[in-house]
Design a protein around this ligand. Structure first.
Ligand code: C5P
Length: 235
């Protein structure tokens, strides 16, 4: 599969969605709905995307007891979600229950993507949680746990993506946020990389929000990102 661009819909309401979709290249297939929009509107927020024939990446970062998470995975499968996130820190039983629920939902099941450590946490935050190993060791241990439990992929910075590819091979789906065009502003992202570098590092899904949605010409911004991705894939 060639790498895909995912537009992060960090917006408070789906009212603006039809116009927003109109203003983007029709070839863009994937859109990420996060907690803000889903908490505001629930599955109703997904309707404009479904009606436009788009694929949904639901970024809910599930973290609960195994039975609850399994049932949430099943509900998301019924909403036609293609990618769904959960926290690897929910533990082996939760991850295995989620993977089982996805298997049982059959072909309409979402691919499950694990978050290892939130990029908003630093070593001090981990220490507050009683975690004394280095952040990178913690992230790698959780990645290993999630993949062993049958989770399909990982959220990672571009910076760590190549190492994860080397360590875990071609199978895991790697999802990379923190993407900025070569000449773009970093916004509040600490570590940013270009679309081409993400592709070369082995990313499968590149998540981009503000550089597209806040551009004066979102269509041109998205086209430029797609062109940069293709330039790397062609090498
Ligand atoms: O606007 P921007 O391109 O920074 O948006 C990136 C998207 O990826 C946002 O929806 C953000 O919540 C998400 N994300 C991130 N960094 C992570 C995990 C998710 O920016 N480590």
């Amino acid at each position: 599969m060639s790498p895909r661009l995912v537009v992060a819909l960090d917006i408070p309401s789906s009212r603006s969605l039809p116009a927003l979709l109109q203003g983007l290249p029709p070839a863009l297939e994937w859109f990420k709905v996060g907690l803000e929009l889903f908490a505001a509107e629930g599955p109703r927020a997904l309707a404009p995307l479904r009606e436009a024939g788009k694929r949904v990446f639901l970024d809910l970062k599930l973290h609960d007891i195994p039975r609850t998470v399994a049932r949430a995975v099943d509900a998301c499968a019924r909403h036609g979600v293609g990618l769904l996130t959960l926290h690897a820190a929910g533990g082996r039983a939760m991850l295995e229950a989620a993977a089982r629920a996805a298997r049982e939902a059959g072909p309409r099941a979402p691919k499950l993507i694990a978050v290892t450590t939130l990029t908003s946490l630093d070593a001090g935050d981990l220490a507050d949680l009683g975690i004394v190993r280095a952040l990178s060791d913690q992230a790698e241990a959780l990645a290993h746990l999630a993949l062993e439990a049958g989770i399909d992929g990982l959220v990672t910075s571009v910076h760590e993506a190549a190492a994860l590819r080397r360590r875990f091979g071609p199978k895991p789906l790697l999802v990379t946020p923190g993407i900025r065009p070569a000449d773009g502003a970093a916004d509040d992202q600490k570590r940013v990389d270009t679309p081409a570098r993400a592709v070369r590092a082995g990313a499968d899904f590149l998540v981009v929000g503000r550089p597209i949605l806040e551009a004066s010409d979102p269509r041109a911004a998205a086209e430029a990102i797609l062109a940069d991705m293709r330039s790397a894939a062609a090498r």
